[in-house]
Design a protein around this ligand. Sequence first.
Ligand SMILES: Cc1cc2nc3c(=O)[nH]c(=O)nc-3n(C[C@H](O)[C@H](O)[C@H](O)COP(=O)(O)OP(=O)(O)OC[C@H]3O[C@@H](n4cnc5c(N)ncnc54)[C@H](O)[C@@H]3O)c2cc1C
Length: 327
Amino acid sequence: MVIDRSQPGTEASWAGGGILCPLYAWRYPEAVMALATHGMREYPALLESLDTPTDAERQVTGMQILDPVGPGESAKGVGEWLDRFGMRHEWLSGGDFPELLLPDVANVRNPRLLLALSEAAESEGITIHAHCAADRLRLDGNRVTGVITTEGAWAADQVVIAAGAWSEALTPDARRGSVFPVRGQMLRLEPRQENRLERILMEAGTYLIPRRDGSVVIGSTVEYAGFDKHIDSTAQAALHATACRLWPSLTGAAITHRWAGLRPGSADEIPILGAHPHIEGLWLNTGGFRNGLAMAPASASLLSDLMHGRSPALDPTPYRVGRILSD
Ligand SMILES: Cc1cc2nc3c(=O)[nH]c(=O)nc-3n(C[C@H](O)[C@H](O)[C@H](O)COP(=O)(O)OP(=O)(O)OC[C@H]3O[C@@H](n4cnc5c(N)ncnc54)[C@H](O)[C@@H]3O)c2cc1C
């Protein structure tokens, strides 16, 4: 059973760019890369298994990074890191600085992926209670027995907290600030068929993502502004200007949508995944921060293995819940 305060799949997972690879992957902890590389490989089979009318529109476009080598980094070091995780890459010459092409990077269209997942869940017999907010857990000593919601109490002997940026308030003993919202603003330009952008392009953290219909999604800001999905015109104008500079034929394309979402941040940028050490039956899957979508299939597999007492494919230690609890 899924309990969601709003319509499931309308928060960060809806708002994101849907790039199935960390941006500047070599700047992330290995624990993030481990989940992301497994997740990226699991997507095709996962999507194939969803027997639903909605298509998530996954497409392998590759990602071209115009400024891959940052201060204190070298092309050699970046290449070695990518090799370690089995990520094919190619250096492109031409300009004054090396550019990097990751040819296997794919993206999905978030709202469609989320719709397809909801459809698949319902057709598998999973009940989705939309517009039903979890207020707090029902506990019997150190064991979870259910969830108290705005629609009444539900009994359950296993509960997973996967409430994104809002997870901390539901987690007993979580330190303040252990999971927090990080706003990202995005915009989308109308579909155009001439001089189509074929690859994801990225420079200085701003990325342009081509969708199948010829539209382009541009992101994103990284703002520590609390639970506030406000869109501001300065940030939007900066994203738009960068996009038109990187791909000039976008100039003049109409902006069809602007939005913001709240990523679930964690202090060490590593997801929080596993059993609550003090409460039997309680589990967490949150803190996906900037890569929650790319990591999702692997995060879900890891949690499912732990919940079923199977030995997981990845070492769960870096993700343990205990690290966000007060002493
Ligand atoms: C602008 C932006 C761009 C991004 N780009 C990418 C990208 O390209 N690639 C990538 O991999 N990741 C990206 N991300 C990150 C990724 O989207 C997130 O890490 C991921 O979606 C988090 O998923 P989640 O399920 O934990 O949180 P969410 O998708 O936010 O879901 C949390 C759910 O919990 C529900 N909820 C909250 N409180 C309660 C409650 N009390 N009771 C019941 N339900 C509750 C909410 O309604 C919501 O449905 C991006 C994020 C943003 C915002």
